[in-house]
Design a protein around this ligand. Structure first.
Ligand SMILES: [Ca+2]
Ligand SMILES: [Ca+2]
Length: 219
């Protein structure tokens, strides 16, 4: 019955076109190495505030310069991610210098990365994203003159160890690979500069995973 099968055929072609665009075409954004369905790069990173160990790791995504609220310490420029057999590493670069607080006229502030987990390998199907409470937040912030760091586990609750070191315009972070939830197939990273209180001062990467990219989680 051609009149019945035609709409089905059109729908199928539309769905196929959609997947062709979002799933396999990675060449649209010149600034970001946001290929989908790629593994986390492996690198020997030491969290020590010295950054030559990132030399072979491609920048994953960039953020515009000058789009922040407040000082250049809040202005995110790029981020990179890597792993070894036991740790996930994140490198964030800002336009100014990494600073705690972000500037002298604000109090509690710092840097964070929101890490979402997906049950498919492309981070591209909204219904496949784990629930909004199912993510990690890696946060380094200053409170009353003291810097605190933790990876807040929104899957099981509680905070785990987040290591950090910074120097000049960059800060590197690491956390244990076992903090990744079971059954997650892929993850995306949303770096942010953060401030708390009346003088809002921050910047963040796009909430669109098309811009920030996606990584397959190692088995
Ligand atoms: Ca290092
Ligand atoms: Ca920026």
């Amino acid at each position: 019955m051609p009149f019945k099968t035609l709409p089905i055929l059109i729908t199928t072609l539309l769905i196929f076109s959609l997947f062709s665009c979002t799933g396999t075409d990675s060449g649209d954004s010149a600034e970001s190495n946001n290929d989908f369905n790629e593994p986390l790069p492996i690198a020997n990173i030491i969290v020590d505030g010295e950054f030559s160990d990132w030399g072979n790791v491609q920048i994953k995504a960039t953020d515009p310069i000058g789009d922040q609220n407040g000082s250049t310490s809040a202005d995110l420029v790029s981020y990179s991610v890597a792993r070894d057999e036991s740790q996930i590493f994140i490198l964030i670069e800002v336009d100014g210098e990494i600073a705690f607080p972000l500037s002298s006229n604000i109090g509690s502030s710092g840097y964070g990365v929101y890490i979402h987990f997906w049950s498919n390998e492309y981070c591209n199907l909204p219904e496949e994203r784990f629930g909004d409470t199912n993510f990690l937040a890696a946060v380094v912030r200053i409170i009353d003159g003291q810097i605190y760091s933790s990876i807040e586990n929104h899957i099981e609750g509680g905070n785990n160890e987040l290591y950090y070191a910074y120097n000049g315009s960059k800060i590197e972070l690491s956390f244990n690979i076992y903090d990744i939830p079971e059954n997650a197939k892929a993850m995306d990273f949303r770096p942010s500069s953060l401030s708390y209180g009346p003088n809002v001062e921050h910047d963040k990467f796009s909430d669109d995973v098309i811009n920030t990219g996606c990584y397959i989680i190692p088995e």
